[in-house]
Design a binder for this molecule. Structure first.
Ligand code: HXC
Length: 257
């Protein structure tokens, strides 16, 4: 499939996806959603690819869902078609996805960044859920994921006022894992993705799955789930290789088995 609203590039074992609707500050419309879902499906299915990076432009990661597309929609259109349900498919991508956020990540843009597995922020990044100013609310998981990431106080304030958080505040609050100079963000994110893609593939899937389980389970259930996956990894050839390589003081050579 050829894309009009995203650019997809393979950099070794890392897939770099760039949102590319500069005229609308990468506002997320139906086309960008369907192209992104197609690209992520292809990424997940491609054994040569181990980790993806999603980025936007230096000015905007994404300035939200596309307001012009939603403006004329009524309740029957939105509820009847379960508008935004496609984004749930995005979150079922099994391999890791890093959001590399420069500039605005607002509304659906902030929500997309939070659907990724972690966020690397440029020092110019701004996060916000300004939907209330449009007389609506987050609709792609923002009220839930932001609250889990930064706690009730900040999430509630941001949703009720539409105030933006800068990169420093976002890092202090635990929304982003690291801040990088905006000009180096994408290259650093790709290097991080390549490093992840260089790990044993089944261990990568298992680590992502168990961290995500922390959001869905009690502590006891989560710890039990982790232990079972940890046990399961001892059934892989790569576990034998990884531990043998350590003892022999050489890098591991993974088969993905
Ligand atoms: C459609 C958008 C857009 C959006 C920007 N544009 N954001 N188009 N949907 N979310 C378009 C503008 O209309 C304009 O195009 C062009 O991008 C450049 O934007 P400007 O506003 O001229 O740029 P600037 O003055 O630099 O301001 C940047 C900005 C502002 C602060 C990010 O654009 C802004 O506030 N955008 C909206 C942010 C927002 O409310 N996001 C939440 C959306 S709702 P034209 O052609 O007009 O000049 C959402 C979830 C909805 O995400 C869930 C409810 C169902």
């Amino acid at each position: 499939m050829s894309y009009e609203t995203i650019l997809v590039e393979q950099r070794g074992a890392a897939t770099l996806v760039t949102l590319n609707r500069p005229q609308a500050l990468n506002a997320l419309n139906s086309q960008i959603l369907s192209e992104l879902l197609d690209a992520m499906k292809a990424f997940d299915a491609d054994p040569s690819q181990g980790c993806a990076v999603i980025t936007g432009s230096e000015k905007a990661f994404a300035a939200g869902a596309d307001i012009k597309e939603m403006q004329a929609q009524g309740f029957a259109d939105m509820y009847g078609h379960d508008f935004f349900a496609g984004w749930d498919v995005f979150t079922r991508t099994r391999k890791p996805i890093i959001a590399a956020v420069s500039g605005y990540a607002l509304g659906g843009g902030c929500e997309l960044a939070m659907m990724c597995d972690f966020i690397l922020a440029g020092d110019n990044a701004k996060f916000g859920q300004p939907e209330i100013k449009l007389a609506v609310s987050p609709g792609m998981g923002g009220s839930q994921r932001l609250t889990r990431a930064v706690g009730k106080a900040k999430a509630m304030e941001m949703c009720l006022t539409g105030r933006m958080m800068d990169a420093q505040e976002a890092e202090r609050a635990g929304l982003v894992s690291r801040i990088l100079p905006a000009g180096e963000l994408v290259e650093e994110a790709v290097k991080t993705a390549q490093a992840i893609a260089g790990m044993a593939p089944l261990a990568v899937l298992a680590n992502k799955e168990m961290v995500n389980a922390a959001f869905e389970t009690s502590l006891a259930q989560g710890v039990a789930f982790e232990r079972r996956l940890f046990h399961a990894l001892f059934g892989t050839a790569d576990q034998k290789e990884g531990m043998t390589a350590f003892v022999e003081k050489r890098p591991g050579n993974w088969t993905g088995k």
